[in-house]
Design a binder for this molecule. Structure first.
Ligand SMILES: Nc1ncnc2c1ncn2[C@@H]1O[C@H](COP(=O)(O)OP(=O)(O)O)[C@@H](O)[C@H]1O
Ligand SMILES: [Mg+2]
Length: 354
């Protein structure tokens, strides 16, 4: 693995505000890395620091082996792809594609040749004469991508590029961007607040909160082994259910603080009497009429046909997802079970996974 972007002990202060706290992250050449987290957690700040649009307060940042401190944005050889397409409205697609090449010493003919190549790769050949107002949202997005590609950057930096698109186009563009990344053998860093986008597009997902990297790893690694309650609740949709519980006398089961005080067997031994937070993913709670572990009344049932979501009438409420059309209606009682190895346990104070 050759590192393309290396971020070591990076801190960023905006005056008194500590926006990035001891960020350590290595992005391999050719990888698609997603930075994900709630609004305001520092994703854009980190991305803009890589681009050189923000200065870092301390730490080291290297791109393709070169230390970037003091290197201005245009000398960093990275391409930002923004949410707003920011195309030049008075230039056609060809003009938009080749604009930046003028400053790189390309003559008209060379620029045209390069634009043709890029247009071929991303399917814009038929559109070169059109103006931005004559393009759909998806096509404009592609021109913005093309404009980034034409400079052959060392990395593509995306800051929520799909937020302005409707749901169907967003799903389509997700695949297009990822396919393009693969075709170009590019290195991409992709900022999003949408964990589904991060999980489906990236090889490596970095979960941030309040300026800190909470956890990073392969998408399913984060899903299977969240390091703490925050990551557990952030990754996965619908979100994990959390319940207070107490470890029973045998140390191998936990009594849930929910109506009926059901006891769930655990896959491990803990100190009897210890208080824990139990995490149950909606999709891991299964209907079990033969030997249910917990029986919970249902308040709302919603079905999309392929999936059924049930919300319980308990305190706290639980969310359960079933494949297909649900067999139970609002007002009925769901008999549920969960495999011990699917039960997540957290320290109730620190939130750290046990
Ligand atoms: N130029 C700035 N001056 C002061 N605070 C800023 C500035 N830019 C961002 N911030 C603050 O830093 C935090 C992180 O912002 P940002 O990186 O944009 O978050 P995200 O992209 O994850 O939504 C936010 O609390 C934001 O208000
Ligand atoms: Mg942002």
């Amino acid at each position: 693995m050759t590192p393309q972007i290396e971020i070591a002990s990076v801190d960023k202060h905006y005056g008194a505000y500590h926006a990035l706290k001891d960020i350590n992250l290595t992005i391999p050449r050719g990888a698609f890395t997603a930075l994900v987290g709630p609004s305001g957690c520092g994703k854009s700040t980190l991305l803009r620091s890589i681009a050189g649009l923000e200065s870092i307060t301390s730490g080291n940042l290297r791109i393709a082996g070169t230390e970037m401190s003091g290197v201005p944005p245009r000398k960093r050889d990275v391409a930002m792809v923004f949410q707003s397409y920011a195309l030049y409205p008075h230039m056609n697609v060809l003009g938009n594609l080749t604009y930046s090449l003028r400053f790189k010493g390309f003559n008209k003919e060379q620029a045209r040749k390069k634009a043709d190549e890029v247009a071929q790769v991303i399917g814009l050949t038929e559109l070169l004469e059109r103006y931005p107002r004559e393009l759909s949202g998806g096509q404009r997005q592609r021109v913005a991508m093309g404009r980034a590609i034409i400079c052959e950057p060392k990395a593509f930096l995306f800051d929520e590029p799909l937020s302005n698109l409707d749901a169907a186009l967003r799903v389509h563009m997700r695949m297009e961007i990822r396919a393009l990344h693969d075709r170009l053998g590019a290195t991409s860093v992709y900022v999003t607040h949408d964990q589904v986008e991060a999980m489906t597009m990236a090889d490596h997902v970095v979960v941030m909160r309040a300026g800190v990297i909470e956890q990073q790893g392969a998408p399913l690694e984060l899903y299977d082994n969240p390091a703490n309650k925050f990551v557990a609740g952030f990754i996965g949709s619908p979100a994990m259910n959390f319940l207070d519980a107490t470890v029973a006398e045998d140390g191998r089961s936990a009594r849930l603080e929910i109506a009926g005080k059901p006891v769930l067997p655990l896959a491990r031994t803990l100190q009897p009497g210890r208080e824990v937070t139990v995490g149950l993913r909606p999709e891991h709670l299964r209907i079990d009429t033969a030997a249910p572990r917990l029986q919970v009344p249902v308040r709302v049932v919603e079905s999309t046909g392929s999936l059924t979501y049930s919300t319980t009438e308990t305190e706290p409420e639980l969310m359960i997802v079933e494949q297909g059309r649900g067999r139970y209606r609002a007002g009925e009682t769901l008999p549920l079970t969960i495999a011990p190895e699917d039960i997540h346990l957290f320290d109730p104070t620190s939130g750290t996974a046990l």
